[in-house]
Design a protein around this ligand. Structure first.
Ligand code: KIV
Length: 277
């Protein structure tokens, strides 16, 4: 039975919430098997799956495609899908319609980047019954346009602003908030100032949960290696090694061997040869 919003919110203060991104059926199945509580269909999929330089080009169609695959792979985890850039900013009705599309594709909740400026949008999505995860701190969809990757909440005023944003999202009905690249001390203060769980990425150990991009955890994505992402494997190197061995085996004739081939019955083969002759 997939985790519900209540299952997730009740973990605050008692058990850490584990979140990882997934964009396809197989990865979703494996991460679900590992006991992860939330599979995040992040718009980071635009970068690690589709090769964009950032998340701005990601479309609703692509997010629905990823979400359908992840939905088919999960058994117990909640599926949260990112609303991509310009899928909710134009109007509340645009936001509601697109949140609905993601839910129809298999998401249990949606995630939106932004704070006070999107509070009415968050409220209107929550009001129609779709759970919302907020996302503040570094916001890849827009911060990249202004200042690039930068740690957030390094000054008192920036921290106060972020705390206010978190409180506003909670008031607007969000069930949790992702905090990206926020100084660990300010993440702790935010986590203690709101009653919904915070999910940190590059925001220190005191958040209620943690999220990482699965390609970083597995060491698959080489283009950007964020300081905050712990690489538990270096699969990129292993994949290149394995594919090189495959290539060499094909070229040398070592693969496929008898073990990887199928045979026709001897008598049947004899009859075939006679007929051809
Ligand atoms: O798209 C994504 O992977 C995310 C995480 C960085 C939180 O939004």
């Amino acid at each position: 039975m997939p985790k519900s919003v209540r299952d997730i919110t009740s973990m605050k203060g008692s058990k850490k919430i584990t979140v990882i991104t997934a964009y396809d059926y197989t990865t979703a199945q494996l991460c679900d098997k590992a006991g992860i509580e939330i599979l995040l269909v992040g718009d980071s999929g635009g970068m690690v799956m589709l090769g964009y330089d950032n998340t701005i080009p990601v479309t609703m169609e692509q997010m629905c495609f990823f979400t359908e695959a992840v939905g088919r792979g999960r058994q117990n985890a909640m599926v949260v899908a990112d609303m991509p850039f310009m899928s909710y900013q134009a109007s509340k009705s645009q936001a509601i319609e697109n949140a609905g599309r993601l839910v129809k594709a298999g998401a249990d909740a949606v995630k939106l980047e932004g704070g006070i400026e999107i509070k009415d949008t968050v409220r209107s999505i929550v009001d129609i019954g779709i759970p919302v995860m907020g996302h503040i701190g570094f916001q890849p969809q827009t911060t990249t346009l202004q200042e690039g990757y930068k740690v957030q909440a390094k000054t008192k005023d920036a921290a106060l602003n972020l705390i206010q944003n978190a409180r506003t999202l909670e008031e607007a009905g969000a069930f949790s908030i992702a905090l990206e690249m926020v100084t660990r001390e300010v993440s702790k203060i935010i986590t203690e100032s709101i009653s919904i769980p915070t999910i940190g990425i590059g925001s220190g150990p005191d958040c209620d949960g943690q999220v990482l991009v699965v390609h970083d955890v597995l060491g698959l994505y080489e283009k950007i290696k964020p300081k905050f992402a712990k690489r538990y494997l270096e699969l990129a190197g292993d994949i290149v090694k394995a594919v090189t061995s495959y290539k060499n085996d094909v070229v040398s004739g070592k693969f496929p061997s008898q073990e990887h081939s199928f045979s026709i019955d001897k008598a049947e083969l004899e009859r075939l040869r006679k007929e051809i002759a």
